[in-house]
Design a protein around this ligand. Sequence first.
Ligand code: SF4
Ligand code: SF4
Length: 713
Amino acid sequence: MCSLIALQIREMGKNDKRALPEDVLVKISIFKDNWPMLRNNLRIRERKEKVLHEISDDILREARKIKEEAVEKLEENIEKLRRALESRGAELKIAKDGLEASRMVLKLCKEHNVKLVVKSKSLTTEEIELNRLLESEGVEVIETDLGERIVQLAGQRPSHILGPAFHMTRNEVAEVFSRYYGRTVPPDPHQIVLEVRREFREKYQKAGMAVTGANFIIAENGATVLVTNEGNDRLALAFAPIHVVIAGVEKIVSSTTDVLKILKILPRNATGQRLSSYVSFHIPMMNTYPRDDAAAPRKTIYILIDNGRLQARQDKEIKEILYCIRCASCLQVCPPYNIVGGHVFGYIYSGPMGIAWTMIAHGLDKTVFAQLCNTCGLCREACPLDIDLPYLNSIVKERYGKKYGYPSINKSLKKYESLITLASRAPSLSSKLLNSSFVRKSIEKFIGIDSRRPLPRLAEKNLGEIFTEIGSAEKGSIALFTEALIYYVYPDWAIKAAKILSALGYRVIIPSLKSSGMPLIQYGFLDEAREIAQYNVENLYDLIDKGYKVVSLEPTAQECLTNYYPKLLHGEKSRKVAENSYGYFEFLKMIGWREVTRVLKNLEGLYVTYHLPCHSKTRDGSIVVKEFLEALGAKVYFKRIGCCGLAGTWGMKKDGHGYDISVEIGRYLVGEYEKLGGEFIVTECSACLFQFQHLSTLPSRHPLQMIQLISSE
Ligand code: SF4
Ligand code: SF4
């Protein structure tokens, strides 16, 4: 495909009438095997690994507290800022929405006869689509951030909040500039920068106004803080007689000290730098460099935008998104976003943070791309401000579903447990039917499970039919929580898990519970998810009261018990269940590897590649299955890449709803794993195993399939 055509196709989503799955498929076909977003973001993640450990949890907690307080004290800070600005001769305006803010800028341009505006570092002006209004009134606008300039000339929106042109190759960038300058510009970044710099120098000198955004605005002294790697804000402000700052009201923080604390986090998380190349504190009404005759104080106007933020501040469910410092950590790790990019996984704001921000700033009807979030949870782990993005996303999906209707495919798949229970009534017949392409096509059509996705073979007897309890409670009692897949497909894993615990001195029961309900959370059916959570919590609470510990075999079940149920239910009982719930291997670690290895056969001579499932977390942050296998003597290869792409039922959804992105995510991951040297891929999540069985030439195993009790000899 001619790359110019490709460029035009890439600008999709916002004004396009195509359905989301079609956008997804087109984008996948363009990015296939190249994965520009993914590769760019992985490069940054590699750099970050060297510096992120320098930030303590205390610093992160303090940063969150600063933002919480700033949002809490917003009215007070606005007034403080107003006083600080007025004392310096600058002005503060508050715009209720994007149009009002853009009109304010246009009015200023008209009043001061401004024909050329240079812009720097302003995602908020993208939010309000300032350029469109100014250009329609004959004002030339030059984006001076190189990435922004590229997408401006290509007629696109940024696809990433920090790397606007991350989705483009250097050839495409050269093509954009060749077209713009009317001569060939080679695909050489250095050459491109020289060309752009030459043009910009002239524009900086001629511009009648500089518009910048703000990473922070300091209430106590009115300074605008800008963090960049190009320093273009300084050049934009050098000569311009008018400076307009456009930022959301949530960017105000109380003091310079607060900013300095957050600055320890921002560059490290954004680009893996300890400090960005330029951190500028712009004081209002500073003198410009002399242009014609003499230097004069630069007229400074702050336009702070509400555009839904003040309402979001009152909304307990989503308020925490206002703490976002736009570091882009969440975008760097989001698996579907990295496959399709921000033009599909986004509106103007993109990636994980873009879902709630789009609802706030542009309206719920623009959040249809939230369906691409598979609730892997990696963004929450990556966010330095500890914003629970996956849960916020589920809330957005719930609100969207209740107002505009849930996607029918999600309505079918939320019933996965009923479907699997029904099929398990006649397992052999079900498995036979699932081998028929006619049946699979019908399932694809009526339920939405992609016929290319292999389905698991049901066990002849489910777990409840063959196992209830084992062992004596010498060391304690355990309620083993499984998910539907283990219950109906791999009951022997649960039995082996129980036997190991029994050999270690525990009594193990399989309580009568429902599956965790993750698909309901994932697709935003939160009322139904709450019912399931309530049922499971009530039952487990009673057991905990009798002295049981809860041990989950599936990481997703554990994630629901410890993270989602307390959020859904808010009660003392769910909190207590969370406190007393452990992942299976986490629990073995608590018993002690020495004890555990005493009852299990050695795995020396075994070379495995370990995949860490997204929902696998431990209280001490350790990669516990890797430790377990190593304690048994296996050689374990490990590379932290991220999600395998299946995400339960999400990776089964037909076409661009899930399957195709899921396969792209998995293909990259498997390709990397196959280079590591293991003979098997090992992981403790049964859904991840399906993905590896589908995509990898290496055999894949659950750790419980790899181990044997010594006593079973
Ligand atoms: S939960 Fe996973 S898929 Fe969803 S937005 Fe976060 S990183 Fe992306
Ligand atoms: S949500 Fe968190 S990780 Fe994402 S941009 Fe905001 S602060 Fe950074």
